[in-house]
Design a protein around this ligand. Structure first.
Ligand SMILES: NC(=O)c1ccc[n+]([C@@H]2O[C@H](COP(=O)([O-])OP(=O)(O)OC[C@H]3O[C@@H](n4cnc5c(N)ncnc54)[C@H](OP(=O)(O)O)[C@@H]3O)[C@@H](O)[C@H]2O)c1
Length: 296
């Protein structure tokens, strides 16, 4: 058996990521707030923890993959939280997308108690996670990173150490700001072409050969063509991340007018009931506003 690893947060991303840890031979203990979501991974050989504290007590490396900053703070520092169960030499790796400032503050609390922490948020959605091909951006002590590269390598393909604690979180916000803007402008530009009478699949094929091509177009155009917005990455989570980017930018006086604008577009989509849909549902909003269909 490999290292003892704990995994907390078996949501859309945590599910495939934890399965890859079992496949790679790690001795995995898991916990999820909604207990029913643990069944699949337990069937594949993981053990059940009774609380975040219990998972921490049984693991050398504890991974969290939770919604956002307050959920991570609660699970790490709250009653029966991770900090209560950490043992000598334990490392906490938070892979959620959270505020860099909150992540840095958590790291200083964890390290002041004699433990270690990395922030290691991921890029790539559910399918990429299932293929163990996530891009992982890591902040924290480089030695702690190197010692735990094996755990990250079970879930990701491209793994980068970008700086000290909190820097992985900053890097993740840079990426999601660009991805969110790409998706929003792709949606409204496709509507321009559709209204003029060009079929969406033709536009995608042309764009693929132009400067308008993007990874987000490659990954999300199949959904747009089908009009299928079942969530892989919920729109409300991207809205959260754009807010985190603006908060950090505000604190550092970095103007980000484009991110401010697109966050309002995603807010409109949430007001239109699309918060739990995939973030590409911003295309469904653009269709509605411009009176066209992008479906093939
Ligand atoms: N989906 C993607 O494509 C994607 C890609 C990159 C990064 N991310 C980031 O990865 C993180 C997880 O995203 P996801 O898509 O997996 O979301 P998700 O399916 O909603 O999963 C969220 C997880 O957090 C748990 N949780 C929420 N509030 C909690 C609380 N108060 N106490 C304990 N557990 C709590 C949930 O437990 P329950 O099951 O009990 O609700 C669930 O396990 C987010 O930070 C997201 O921004 C997502």
């Amino acid at each position: 058996m490999g290292k003892k690893v704990g995994f907390i947060g078996l949501g859309m991303m945590g599910n495939p990521m934890s399965k890859n840890l079992v496949k790679a031979g790690f001795d995995l203990t898991v916990w999820n707030r909604t207990g029913a979501k643990m069944k699949e991974i337990l069937d594949q050989g993981a053990k059940a923890g009774t609380s975040p504290k219990d998972v921490a007590r049984k693991s050398q490396v504890i991974i969290t993959m939770l919604t956002g900053s307050s959920e991570v703070e609660q699970v790490v520092l709250g009653k029966d939280g991770i900090v209560e169960g950490l043992t000598t030499g334990s490392v906490l790796i938070d892979m959620s997308t959270i505020s860099p400032e909150v992540s840095k503050a958590l790291a200083s609390q964890v390290t002041s108690k004699g433990f270690m922490m990395l922030d290691a948020p991921v890029s790539g959605s559910v399918g990429v996670a299932a293929a163990a091909a996530l891009t992982i951006q890591v902040g924290g002590d480089p030695k702690v990173f190197e010692t735990n590269r094996d755990v990250l390598a079970a879930m990701g393909k491209n793994i980068f150490h970008v700086g000290g604690n909190g820097m992985g979180c900053y890097m993740k916000l840079v990426g999601n700001a660009i991805m969110g803007a790409n998706m929003a402008v792709l949606a409204e530009a496709l509507c321009l072409g559709a209204k003029a009478g060009i079929a969406t699949d033709v536009m995608i094929e042309v764009l693929r050969n132009t400067g308008g091509a993007s990874t987000v177009m490659e990954r999300r155009s199949p959904n747009i063509l089908k009009g299928d917005y079942k969530a892989q990455f919920m729109l409300k989570l991207l809205f959260k991340d754009l807010g985190l980017a603006l908060d950090s930018a505000g604190a550092d006086t970095i103007p980000m007018p484009i991110v401010g604008l697109i966050r309002q577009i995603y807010a409109q989509a949430m007001a239109d009931g699309k918060g739990d849909h995939d973030f590409s549902a911003v295309a469904a909003l653009a269709e509605k506003l411009s009176g066209v269909s992008l479906k093939k």
